[in-house]
Design a binder for this molecule. Structure first.
Ligand SMILES: Nc1ncnc2c1ncn2[C@@H]1O[C@H](COP(=O)(O)OP(=O)(O)O)[C@@H](O)[C@H]1O
Ligand SMILES: Nc1ccn([C@@H]2O[C@H](COP(=O)(O)OP(=O)(O)O)[C@@H](O)[C@H]2O)c(=O)n1
Length: 411
């Protein structure tokens, strides 16, 4: 956790262009000559500010960050660019503090006024940036304590981090590797989100069963509109199987509520959904084969792809512990990942013409995000997924999958 004024050991990353590396810098009390890339970005072209949220309560921190993102999107003028920015200690887990970098090219003081208002919250810290020849320094926008004089900290270029900063906080903030950690998050929310209590009650009620040696459990994964519903229905018929999904039906009334919450809370909700579905799988697989429409691969892949800004290269490297299956979650026997080309997927989405979740709508416009979700799916291990080309006709996809299942189980 950092406090305003204790920034020197930290590296700052500003995502000026999501297709390239962030711009990294540290702060130093002596002036540093900046080379061209930094001079351009910290140049005379507008007023520059950064804003960070620091707060010991993680629920409050997540909600403040989301609220500020919303405020910046509605309150600033069109002449303002807002970039994701973070501060972190290289390769130190959980050291990431998220924030924003604001470039205001307008001639008004609107952005400064908006930021001063936001700064009134004790968990928000705002800095402004000034140029002086080849140097650039940062100082607090207006010191919280007026008696204390604002200290100039000079921008000092820093080397690229080995691990993209956004990967540092994934564990237990975006992806949960055991049930207790996800459970704790919802428990901390019960005062502000009353529905959390009901979700936790459902979790408590469901967790009695464990799985013996039953029938095979086959999970079907893939981006929206890759044909999961079509295939899972067909498999249910042809294998005389039970069809389950994650999140389970009993969480449907709460889904919209948790989808509107920041990642920490939303991801904990989906994580718990997997444990409820696992309990159902445990019971049902004693009677018949079980087909599952989305499970932990979806929870982890979407969470990682959302948490990690920018390019596919920024994802945690293959083999990272972040792709490891939770130790206490039922393991399916087979996980199949349906893939289609982006063009075919868009065609199917359009034909279906139904409402999409905001995240899915984002996929459509955000090629980078789609690539990251697919790549994260493929990097998850033990169980890893088997890739199925889902572009042929529904009948052919079914046959292909039946063949894979028959080879493994003689069903
Ligand atoms: N193999 C296929 N070939 C062509 N269209 C398909 C195929 N599988 C599914 N579709 C169509 O694509 C759309 C999305 O399929 P759906 O099964 O609902 O995907 P998901 O459950 O993955 O979102 C539906 O309109 C469906 O009829
Ligand atoms: N097991 C699951 C299932 C969905 N999800 C989330 O739910 C979203 C997709 O769910 P969806 O119901 O729209 O997908 P489709 O059933 O439309 O394919 C993803 O954006 C994930 O963030 C999850 O995290 N874990």
């Amino acid at each position: 956790m950092f406090r305003c004024g204790q920034l020197c050991s930290r590296v700052f990353a500003v995502e000026f262009d999501l297709r390239t590396e962030p711009l990294y810098f540290t702060l130093n009390s002596t002036p540093q000559v900046l080379h061209k890339a930094y001079q351009e970005l910290f140049g005379d072209d507008g007023k520059l500010f950064s804003l960070h949220v620091h707060c010991d309560n993680r629920i409050e921190k997540a909600q403040t960050h989301a609220e500020i993102k919303h405020q910046l999107s509605i309150a600033l003028s069109r002449d303002c660019d807002v970039f994701e920015a973070s501060s972190f200690i290289p390769d130190v887990k959980n050291s990431l503090v998220k924030g924003f970098f604001i470039r205001d090219k307008s001639t008004t003081d609107l952005s400064e006024d908006v930021l001063k208002t936001l700064q009134q919250s004790k968990s928000v810290c705002v800095f402004s940036y000034k140029r002086e020849g080849q140097y650039c320094w940062q100082e607090m926008l207006s010191p919280v304590n007026q008696v204390e004089e604002s200290v100039r900290q000079y921008i000092t270029p820093a080397a690229a981090a080995e691990h993209h900063p956004s990967t540092l906080n994934i564990r237990n903030s975006d992806v949960f590797y055991n049930m207790d950690e996800a459970y704790k998050v919802l428990k901390e929310c019960t005062d502000i989100i009353p529905e959390s209590k009901e979700v936790l009650k459902l979790v408590d009620e469901q967790l009695e069963t464990s799985r013996g040696d039953g029938f095979p459990v086959i999970v079907i994964e893939g981006l929206d509109a890759t044909g999961k519903t079509t295939l899972t229905e067909a498999l249910r018929e042809s294998l005389n199987a039970t069809l389950l999904k994650s999140p389970p039906q009993c969480l449907a009334p709460f889904r919209q509520r948790f989808d509107s919450e920041p990642p920490l809370i939303r991801r904990a909700f989906y994580a718990l959904g997997n444990y409820i579905t696992a309990a159902h799988i445990g019971k049902e697989s004693l009677r018949a084969p079980v087909i599952v429409d989305r499970f932990w691969h979806s929870t982890a892949a979407y969470a990682i792809a959302t948490a990690v800004g920018g390019r596919v290269e920024n994802l945690p490297e293959p083999g990272s512990e972040l792709y490891k299956w939770p130790e206490d979650l039922l393991k399916p026997n087979l996980v199949l990942l349906l893939t289609v080309s982006p063009e075919e997927r868009l065609r199917r989405l359009r034909d279906r013409g139904q409402d999409k979740t905001i995240e899915e709508a984002e996929l459509e416009v955000n090629q980078l995000f789609r690539l990251k979700v697919e790549e994260a799916y493929k990097r998850i291990q033990n169980p890893a997924c088997i890739i199925v080309d889902a572009s042929p006709s529904p009948q052919e996809v079914l046959q292909q999958v039946q063949h894979l299942i028959r080879n493994k189980y003689h069903l």
